[in-house]
Design a protein around this ligand. Structure first.
Ligand SMILES: [Zn+2]
Length: 491
């Protein structure tokens, strides 16, 4: 469906500059909720993972989860934020049917961390995007408006999600195009997945994104009025929604209109944004310090302990793969796309002793086979150890490159190590000089005429004799060694 709303022409859009800031909500991967011991597991029957705390019953008191704080610290470190030694929870008051407390426990002017940044690359140029703050909060429940027989008359509420730990990552308005916003989201997600703060699975709502978009004439200092666009449930839709919103705002301004500060929803089907409500101001929420929780103090000791658990981040890994393994930049990027991929590759490199060839197999044959089978590297039927062994067998001359290509699909199908398949199918390349000499002797004895021809100067019969040896060895003789032995024996 094509958009029916008024959007500006590319020529008009080119006269303006977009200013984009992002607010990203990420569900922390704890086993239990942030202020009670209820499980966070996805897909449980409605309203079963609940207790008086997350139901907001009177008198129930929240207890902050240490795991949730540690994951918030890890996320903050991955985003280069300064962690505050003292932060505070605050009540954010609003009514919603799936918010039984009538308020969300969030953080306001004293968030867990602030002043961070992420470096992104857009068309080969590096750019630093500021991160204003990271704050912790609890999630609301879920209103379900469809899927029931009487959904035309009723909405249902499931409170399993109520009290799930979240962090909100607020960026500075540093992005100037939807491409920059897309690059920021991609880098952010990759980092949080690497440090295992969250699965960032957007389909399950583990990563949600809102965009603040405004436009101003190119060269202008003053920021335009910003509009918040919600409901961006994939990076692709987020980019489309921002592009639409930029074009809509330019059209309004070009027609002499004004932009109103509001919240708009992106409609995936029409490709348009539509006004939802005028944007709340912070004072609408009547924030005040949460009286049921003491301030959160994070000691240097605690920070050091968490720091010691931090894994290598993707950018560091890329640099190390290039310097230590001699990989090309593109290959290093592909192999660090996810932490499981990077770990798989490093294991193959280690077992094979040949990091460059290992990279070719992982990026080429393995990734191809995984894609075709619709599998992730974590589901690979071929273990990293087996693939490393395959590369090592080729390098030792026990397996020709051609036979390796034949064995690989069998490894993928059965999950067996290469040696098992080679032995069963008699595919092992024979490099045993003693055994090969015996075969060569037999072949020479049986082909006296060709031996004579060779000795009288017709060296082209060498090819024939090599062929006879290969045949006698059922294709398993190492051709290089056969050639050497033949030359020696024929003088
Ligand atoms: Zn609970």
């Amino acid at each position: 469906m094509t958009p029916t709303g008024e959007v500006a022409s590319p020529e008009s859009i080119a006269k303006y500059e977009a200013v984009i800031g992002l607010e990203v909500h990420v569900q922390l991967g704890t086993r239990t909720k942030i202020f009670c011991g209820c499980p966070t597991s996805f897909g449980a029957p409605p309203n079963t993972n609940v207790c008086p705390v997350c139901l907001g019953l009177p008198g129930a008191l929240p207890v902050l989860s240490k795991d949730a704080v540690e994951l918030a610290i890890k996320a903050s470190m991955a985003l280069n934020c300064e962690i505050r030694p003292l932060s505070r929870f605050a009540r954010k008051n609003y009514f919603y049917p799936d918010l039984p407390k009538g308020y969300q426990i969030s953080q306001y002017d004293e968030p867990v961390s602030e002043h961070g940044y992420l470096d992104i690359a857009v068309e080969g140029t590096a750019k630093r995007i500021g991160i204003t703050r990271v704050h912790m909060e609890d999630d609301a429940g879920k209103s379900i408006h469809d899927g029931f027989r009487d959904s035309d008359r009723f909405s249902y509420v499931d409170l399993n999600r109520s009290g799930t730990p979240l962090i909100e990552i607020v960026s500075e308005p540093d992005m100037r195009s939807s491409d920059e916003a897309h690059a920021y989201l991609t880098e952010l997600k990759q980092r949080l997945q690497f440090v295992e703060v969250s699965t960032c699975d957007m389909e399950k709502g583990h990563l949600r994104c809102d965009a603040n978009v405004s436009v101003r004439p190119r060269g202008a200092e003053k920021l335009g009025t910003k509009v918040e666009v919600k409901n961006l449930n994939s990076f692709r839709f987020a980019k489309m929604a921002m592009d639409y919103e930029i074009a809509r705002q330019v059209a309004v301004l070009e027609a002499g209109g004004t932009i109103h500060q509001e919240t708009r929803l992106y409609n995936v089907e029409s490709g348009e944004t539509a006004g939802m409500r005028s944007k709340e101001q912070a004072h609408d929420y009547r924030y005040f310090p949460e009286p049921d929780l003491v301030p959160l103090r994070i000691s240097n000791q605690w920070l050091d302990a968490v720091k010691a658990e931090m894994p290598e981040l993707p950018a560091q890994k890329r640099r190390r793969f290039i310097s230590d393994y001699g990989l090309r930049e593109y290959d290093a990027e592909v192999l660090t796309a996810s932490r499981p991929m990077a770990e798989y590759y490093e294991h193959v490199a280690e077992v094979s002793g040949d990091p460059k060839t290992a990279a070719n197999w992982v990026i080429g044959d393995l990734s191809g086979a995984l894609n075709a089978a619709g599998k992730d590297v974590t589901e690979s039927p071929i273990t990293a150890k087996s693939l490393g062994e395959l590369v090592a067998l080729i390098n030792k001359g026990e397996l020709s490159g051609k036979l390796a290509k034949d064995i690989f699909p069998k490894m993928f199908e059965t999950g067996e190590p290469p040696a098992v398949i080679m032995d069963r199918e008699g595919l092992r390349q024979n490099s045993d000089t003693g055994a090969l000499e015996k075969i060569v002797d037999d072949v020479l004895a049986a082909n006296g005429k060709q031996v004579e021809q060779y000795r009288s100067g017709k060296t082209t019969v060498m090819g024939f004799l090599v062929g006879q040896v290969m045949k006698a060895s059922r294709g398993q003789a190492n051709p290089g060694i056969v050639n050497e032995i033949l030359k020696k024996k024929l003088g």
